[in-house]
Ligand binder design. Structure first.
Ligand SMILES: Nc1nc2c(ncn2[C@@H]2O[C@H](COP(=O)(O)OP(=O)(O)OP(=O)(O)O)[C@@H](O)[C@H]2O)c(=O)[nH]1
Length: 342
């Protein structure tokens, strides 16, 4: 059952999903730190992590309630203070400062370039300031060198994993967006068939075989269907016819929406006789189709014009010949297959 909560209904943009996952991961790391520092006999540093975990839990809840600004502010404060405090208490070698570097990709992904640059420069000043300070200042709460090495390796490992995770996330997001864009650029959103532009580019690519047949199809009296049943029902008819056309094509054929209620199929390595037989099968399949609409079953028919296209010929001329044949079919009573003279 669909949820009534608008927050739940809409999928969260990927960046915020990642931020929520980072909150969970960071809270887990801080729980680990609580036990590490209690074990190392540094209770103050241990209890700092309790505050950190609370901040991440609160930030996570804020994300869930779509209070993204508050959540981001909490995360920023936590990382800045925790990294600074950890470094001041245990020393630069603890590696707490590495967490500050995680901000750099996050800044550039989440805000406009100008703001990201300004904050990146502030971050650089904070990072370098901390580094220089620790050249002169001894750690406030030093731990044994073995413990320091363990904390250093732990921090380095966590930052390494988080950067790898971020990089993987970035690659997956970009690849997904690329595929989505490619799909949007090549398909008709209503029918899911190829769009006109992609059909033309496909036709130009498959022109290389010696011959190809073009099949131009047009639903008969489609305006009357729209007028009688409404535009939405007209769309359902277009979808149903598209499904039949798609199912009727061979693997090597291409089918797309040429415009309105018109479809174009490209049949490589097919002569006019073979194409006429296919067209006849398609015409019969569409004629047999019944689409449920407003309590009645809507039936449609298709007129089809076919033309032979040879390598080196002008594609638009071959389409115009198929269109002329289609027009003949319409004039001769519709629901027919007509061939263009070779
Ligand atoms: N529902 C719907 N209608 C569309 C879409 N695209 C075009 N049409 C309609 O399709 C109709 C085409 O009408 P006509 O060109 O007069 O053709 P027809 O009624 O099919 O008549 P013949 O082709 O001569 O058999 C127009 O009313 C357009 O508004 C669409 O995406 N959805």
């Amino acid at each position: 059952m669909p949820s009534d909560n608008p927050h739940k209904r809409e999928a969260r943009p990927e960046f915020w999903q990642l931020s929520m996952r980072c909150c969970q991961l960071a809270a887990c790391v801080d729980v680990a730190f609580l036990f590490i520092f209690l074990g190392l006999g540094s209770p103050i540093l241990g209890w700092v992590n309790v505050i950190s975990v609370a901040m991440y839990v609160y930030a996570y809840r804020a994300f869930k309630q779509r209070r993204n600004r508050l959540a981001v502010m909490l995360i920023r404060i936590e990382v800045l203070v925790h990294a600074g405090l950890g470094t001041l208490m245990v020393g630069w070698e603890s590696g707490f400062h590495y967490y500050l570097l995680m901000f750099i990709p996050a800044l550039f992904v989440s805000m406009r370039a100008r703001s990201a640059w300004i904050l990146a420069i502030c971050l650089w000043a904070y990072y370098v300031g901390l580094d220089v300070l620790m050249w002169y200042l001894p750690p406030l709460q030093p731990i044994s060198s073995n413990a320091l090495l363990a904390v250093h390796v732990f921090n380095l490992t966590v930052v390494f994993c988080m950067f790898s995770y971020l990089a993987l996330f970035y690659v997956v997001t970009v690849t997904r967006a690329h595929k989505k864009l490619a799909r949007m650029a090549t398909t008709d959103p209503l029918t899911g068939l190829f769009n006109r532009r992609h059909l033309i580019s496909l036709a130009e690519k498959v022109q290389q075989p010696a011959e190809m047949t073009l099949m131009l199809m047009d639903i008969d009296h489609f305006k009357a269907i729209n007028d009688a049943y409404g535009h939405d029902m007209g769309d359902q008819v277009l979808k149903a016819v598209s499904r039949v056309l798609k199912d009727s094509m061979r693997e090597q054929d291409f089918i797309g929406r040429w415009g309105g209620e018109e479809f174009l199929a490209l049949l490589p390595h097919t002569d006019l006789d073979q194409a006429a037989a296919s067209a006849e099968r398609i015409r019969e399949a569409v004629q047999a189709l019944r689409i449920d609409g407003n309590g009645s079953h809507i039936g449609v028919t298709l007129s089809i014009g076919i033309s032979q296209h040879h390598a080196g010929q002008s594609l638009s001329h071959s389409i115009a010949r198929a269109d002329a044949a289609l027009y003949e079919g319409k004039s001769a009573g519709r629901n027919r297959v007509e061939r263009a003279p070779s």
